[in-house]
Design a protein around this ligand. Structure first.
Ligand SMILES: C[S@@+](CC[C@H](N)C(=O)[O-])C[C@H]1O[C@@H](n2cnc3c(N)ncnc32)[C@H](O)[C@@H]1O
Length: 236
């Protein structure tokens, strides 16, 4: 799937995205709960870059938890970003947000960020060097000691465990308001359009993109999350 097809897919999903995934909330809430502690030492006026912000789920959670923080949402899908903006308005946090429709490379030059999130985004970049380049663009936008929290689907798909875990994961998703047809489309996409790599490989790609050793701080089913500081050699 190329970038335009991926954007079109999220354009179509935007309206129902949040309701579609409501039943996965225990997983997301666990991830966001851990994320709070990963970012806990950031300054009270931190500026956070949310890459692939989608409908704004992680952004809104962080904004509610840390009332002095400012957010820049980068999102190529206009309809996903519209939902993000509306949700930010409904949560009375929109005044602390900037919304950029597009990719990170087209975000105007702004002061470097204290931290960034990239949740369930890099997995759509199949080419490993392009995926490393994606992380590198994030590193470039961070302060020298800035932190990235990244989440992706990850697993060793060649292992004996994978089909068994995938079966459980399918059951988790089928409880999440998905029809049998939707589920089978998602399984096809996993095999074709999502780069589900062993966790150590995903971490290595983050590192090659300009981050120090990534620390895996979360796993639930196929969803894994890491935090990593921008590599010190990049520091000014
Ligand atoms: C699975 S959704 C996750 C949204 C949100 N981060 C969340 O966890 O709810 C992935 C989002 O990343 C966006 N996206 C895909 N490729 C991207 C890229 N190269 N840069 C920035 N955003 C991208 C999509 O448009 C989509 O909204």
């Amino acid at each position: 799937m190329d970038q335009d097809q991926l954007k079109a897919l999220f354009d179509q999903q935007a309206e129902h995205y949040d309701t579609q995934w409501t039943k996965m909330a225990p997983i997301n809430n666990g991830l966001y709960f851990l994320l709070e502690s990963v970012f806990a030492e950031l300054p009270t006026d931190a500026r956070i870059l949310c890459v692939g912000a989608g409908t704004g789920r992680e952004l809104i959670h962080l904004a509610n938890t840390f009332p002095g923080w400012h957010f820049t949402a980068v999102e190529p899908s206009g309809p996903m970003l519209d939902v993000c903006r509306q949700s930010a308005e409904a949560a009375s946090i929109a005044a602390r947000c900037s919304f950029h429709e597009g990719y990170l490379h087209s975000l105007p030059e702004v002061a470097p960020f204290d931290a960034a999130t990239s949740f369930l985004v890099s997995q759509f970049i199949l080419d490993k060097s392009a995926r490393s380049g994606f992380f590198n663009e994030i590193a470039t936008r961070l302060k020298p000691s800035g932190i990235l929290a990244n989440a992706d689907l990850a697993s060793d798909t060649s292992s004996a465990e994978y089909p068994l875990l995938l079966e459980v994961w399918q059951r988790v998703m089928s409880g999440a308001n998905l029809s049998a047809e939707d589920l089978s489309k998602i399984m096809e996409a996993y095999a074709r359009d999502v780069a589900i790599l062993p966790p150590t490989e995903t971490a290595a790609i983050m590192q090659s993109g300009g981050f120090e050793t990534p620390v895996q701080f979360f796993q639930s089913g196929l969803i894994h999350a890491w935090f990593a500081r921008r590599h010190s050699e990049r520091a000014a």
